[in-house]
Design a protein. Structure first.
Length: 292
């Protein structure tokens, strides 16, 4: 029996503009009837999903983590399974869920995978899948342009990160959780809901996107060159073992700073401090690879 799918592809994503025909033909071969809709802005994406997705069996989104972040509220409202086509630069949510970057493989998963319920993080009322952060990553998100991502891909992240790191300065923040206030002099505070972020870094080695908790780390050192020595630890999620890194696990955090600081969620600036972080368990269903 043919299934109907609301299909939205971000034409501004790294691979989105070249993928429309291949995606539509591939879905039809899998017995899925795609209803393709255009969306011109981030703000319009969730309302479009609510309006059109209720008439479909699933919602398929082609793009990167920023596109998926913009879709989260709409997906949570209509309760339709999400099919992911990782057409962005980092694709960390797809990596967390085991969805490969190869378009044909991602289509096959949509056609024959299983449905998994995942948690969603929330910061000041805005949903996020991977990580929300204050400090270095927020500065990176402000300086990393769409043109840089499209032209250089992951190299663009690295080049921009070096610029941000060269000018980084620590800031003071209060981290409040479970009735305790932790005072911090930090370069970055990151709160993770999923497992991967930043193009393959690991929030924490045991983190899962359906464990109903958030993982926080704070980089509490002054010399930015220390980041270079820590890169391997971030790729494996073992940075919590380092003395300069504070780690916490909870269902809710509050971060306060002396002056408002931007908060980056899934690569997009969405709010500012003071910020309250929480988790919404099993909020969204996603189509993931079938069990072996």
């Amino acid at each position: 029996m043919t299934k109907r799918a609301l299909l939205i592809i971000n034409g501004n994503s790294r691979s989105g503009s070249d993928s429309h025909t291949e995606v539509i033909e591939g879905l039809r071969r899998l017995g899925i009837d795609p209803i393709h809709k255009e969306c011109d802005s981030r703000e319009e994406l969730s309302p479009l999903i609510v309006r059109e997705g209720a008439h479909a069996d699933m919602v398929i989104i082609g793009g990167g983590d920023g596109t998926l972040n913009a879709a989260a509220a709409g997906l949570a409202e209509i309760k339709r399974p999400l099919g992911i086509l990782p057409l962005g630069t980092a694709n960390d949510l797809a990596r967390t869920l085991g969805i490969p970057p190869d378009l044909e493989s991602a289509l096959d998963i949509i056609g024959g995978g299983r449905v998994r319920s995942i948690d969603v993080g929330i910061v000041n009322g805005v949903m996020f899948f991977n990580v929300a952060s204050v400090g270095l990553s927020a500065e990176l998100a402000e300086k990393l342009t769409a043109e840089t991502k499209r032209r250089f891909g992951k190299l663009g992240y690295a080049l921009t990160a070096l610029r941000v790191l060269a000018g980084a300065r620590p800031f003071r923040a209060d981290i409040i959780s479970k009735g305790r206030r932790n005072r911090s002099l930090t370069l970055q505070i990151a709160v993770g809901n999923g497992r991967y972020y930043g193009g393959g870094n690991v929030v924490e080695k045991n983190a899962e996107i359906d464990d109903e908790s958030l993982r926080l780390y704070s980089l509490e050192f002054v010399n930015t060159w220390r980041m270079i020595l820590m890169l391997r630890s971030f790729r494996t999620g073992e940075h919590g073992a380092l003395d300069e890194v504070r780690t916490l696990r909870a269902g809710r955090f509050e971060i306060r700073t002396r002056r408002p600081r931007p908060v980056n969620a899934d690569g997009e600036i969405v709010t500012q401090t003071p910020a309250v972080f929480s988790v919404s368990p099993k909020a969204i269903e996603v189509i993931v690879p079938g069990e072996s």
